[in-house]
Ligand binder design. Structure first.
Ligand SMILES: [Zn+2]
Length: 198
């Protein structure tokens, strides 16, 4: 069978750019008149879309584009609320994917194990390090990943990483090369973007 590769396109209600659906943010209106961010495109009902940037999100609110496109004049919209909801949902998605990666045996975690696995880095896609890692261990991880030419991401705290993996606190994890690692990397980049730029 030929795999269907054609992308579903949607239009941003602010700048009217037409983009692949999965790159846009989806919104639906809740029965109580509030506007919900539907980051994973799973909620039922009519959806509206904007680009993933503050400019389009803000314009859509200011120009009442959500109200028009969702045909709901009662809609309560607050752009700061939309942004924080988006940040929360991207964070949850990343942490959830990390849990899936561990269940699929694609994760090694703990500083000892990760540092020793960096001696043979061929299968490692990237390393994630907690932002509250002990300074000494942190420098060691930085040095070893640089030497092994493995990308290093600093994100989340030890408690969040451990919880995502279903373990106690973890300061560092290595992810094995896999399609899941690629997806996770994309989501991590989005997370960094929504936390930094939005
Ligand atoms: Zn746009």
């Amino acid at each position: 069978m030929v795999k269907e590769t054609r992308k579903v396109l949607r239009t941003c209600i602010a700048c009217h750019a037409t983009e692949a659906q999965e790159t846009l943010v989806r919104y639906v209106s809740a029965p109580d008149g509030s506007l919900l961010v539907d980051y994973q495109h799973k909620l039922p009902g009519r959806g509206s879309y904007t680009c993933l940037n503050k400019k389009c999100m803000t314009q859509a609110v200011q120009r009442k584009a959500f109200t028009r496109s969702l045909k709901n004049s009662q809609l309560n919209v607050d752009v700061e609320q939309l942004i924080s909801s988006l940040q929360e949902q991207v964070r949850a998605r990343v942490l959830n994917l990390m849990g899936m990666a561990r269940k699929a045996s694609l994760v090694s975690s703990g500083s000892q194990l990760v540092i020793s696995s960096l001696k043979n880095p061929r299968d490692i896609a990237w390393v994630l390090m907690a932002n509250d890692i002990t300074q000494g261990v942190g420098s060691k991880v930085r040095e070893r990943t640089t030497r092994a030419n493995v990308p290093l991401v600093e994100c989340f705290d030890k408690a969040a990483i451990g919880q995502a993996l279903g373990l106690s606190e973890r300061s560092v994890l290595a992810l094995m090369k896999s399609p899941l690692a690629q997806t996770l990397n994309q989501e991590l980049q989005r997370y960094t973007y929504v936390m930094g730029e939005l």
